[in-house]
Design a protein around this ligand. Sequence first.
Ligand SMILES: *[C@@H]1O[C@H](CO)[C@@H](O)[C@H](O)[C@H]1NC(C)=O
Ligand SMILES: *[C@@H]1O[C@H](CO)[C@@H](O)[C@H](O)[C@H]1NC(C)=O
Ligand SMILES: *[C@@H]1O[C@H](CO)[C@@H](O)[C@H](O)[C@H]1NC(C)=O
Ligand SMILES: *[C@@H]1O[C@H](CO)[C@@H](O)[C@H](O)[C@H]1NC(C)=O
Ligand SMILES: *[C@@H]1O[C@H](CO)[C@@H](O)[C@H](O)[C@H]1NC(C)=O
Length: 418
Amino acid sequence: MKQLHLLWLAGFLGSVSGCPEVCDCGEKYVFQIADCAYRDLQSVPPGFPANVTTLSLSANRLGDLEAGAFEEVPLLQSLWLAHNEIRVVAPGSLTSLVYLKSLDLSHNLISNFSWNDLHNLSALQLLKMDSNELAVIPRDAFKNLGDLRSLQLNHNRFLTLVDGTFEGLTSLSHLQINDNPFNCTCGLLWLKVWAVATAVSIPEQDNIACSSPPFLKGIPLGRLPPLHCAPPTVQLTYQPNQDGAELRDGFVLALHCDTDGQPPPEVQWRIQTPGGKVEITSPNVGPDGRVPGVAGSPQPRFQAFANGSLLIPGFGKQEEGTYSCRATNELGSAEGSVNVALASPGEASEDALGRKFHGKAVEGKGCYTVDNEVQPSGPEDNVVIIYLSSTNPKKNKANSLELLGPWILLLCFSHLIF
Ligand SMILES: *[C@@H]1O[C@H](CO)[C@@H](O)[C@H](O)[C@H]1NC(C)=O
Ligand SMILES: *[C@@H]1O[C@H](CO)[C@@H](O)[C@H](O)[C@H]1NC(C)=O
Ligand SMILES: *[C@@H]1O[C@H](CO)[C@@H](O)[C@H](O)[C@H]1NC(C)=O
Ligand SMILES: *[C@@H]1O[C@H](CO)[C@@H](O)[C@H](O)[C@H]1NC(C)=O
Ligand SMILES: *[C@@H]1O[C@H](CO)[C@@H](O)[C@H](O)[C@H]1NC(C)=O
């Protein structure tokens, strides 16, 4: 038994220093080449010498690439995998190939590609992925490919590409992206501008064309008519909208998120209260303030209306916190934010972030100071709405405020744009 085992081991070692039977291995100059093209292979055969630098597996019937597929050949500089039947390139299939300079995956059926694997291939100079079924490239896919010179992504299923996709490619000189079914919306306009300005050679520009929307079908990206596009803007306003407004029992705080942008942005509210974080995709209620489609449903605590208003009925201590409204369209996001707190005059209080403040107006600003001197000037500042009562509020057992005397409302805002 032991002898058999040794025999098997010897045979295994023999094949390691040799070459898989179906392939031809040989040396040319300093390169160790393994040629396994046109062999009808359905998987990567084992048994390559560890010093192989060029491996051709083109024109076989290889299926999905699994993690560690090329661990045997860590010194690989060129890997040819064109004309196979690969659909999935699983995470970890390529990460070991840190010396790889040329990778050809063209003419496969790849729809599921582990883009993160490219982060490890920092020596890559040529990447051919044309004629596949790829639909999405993450924005950071190419961030580590500073030596890449040629990138071929033509004949895939890309509807759009994210602005900044090619940013990390500081050595790029040749890019093919023609023959993709581009959806020529505002989100793709950057590509037209970039393609005109870049020094990268981009052939077949007439075939970088729109497939949708229908009225632009067939129009090359370079001849796209002007589209009405504007990144989102946000203006957060509030009601009652006068400093010194009186605050009475059953008070409804109304914030209004006035957005602009083309295409019209989607609105999301993010609310951070002492009790936790709430995220609401607007609208969450119909015009009557109730959840649509649910008969007799109670009114939610935060009512986000389609017109951009957020109503908080029965505003109390538990509703203190930071209210942010974020507008997003294809061109980006904008956010407006306000910090809301309740306080009584003369006494030091704490806002929802644990900052102490006194009810003392900042001259001419309509805002109130906080002890640590945060001023509502920079974009990072949380701004405070403070409700002051002329008489001290009584706290009832439910920890909500019983509103006795008139309350004074003072506030200011910050707007974040990014
Ligand atoms: C690669 O390894 C094989 C077998 O171990 C050896 O014969 C060959 O000389 C090596 N080639 C290079 C370029 O190092
Ligand atoms: C892509 O392939 C990976 C690895 O095989 C798998 O886990 C994942 O579910 C696949 N994703 C899709 C969208 O098919
Ligand atoms: C690939 O890169 C990641 C992150 O940079 C690293 O953690 C990992 O060890 C690398 N994998 C290989 C096989 O080098
Ligand atoms: C193109 O993009 C727009 C805006 O994102 C989207 O509404 C539309 O469905 C997309 N068209 C196709 C064919 O995917
Ligand atoms: C938005 O709609 C709600 C409910 O109908 C209403 O209370 C609110 O005043 C409206 N906001 C604006 C700015 O018109």
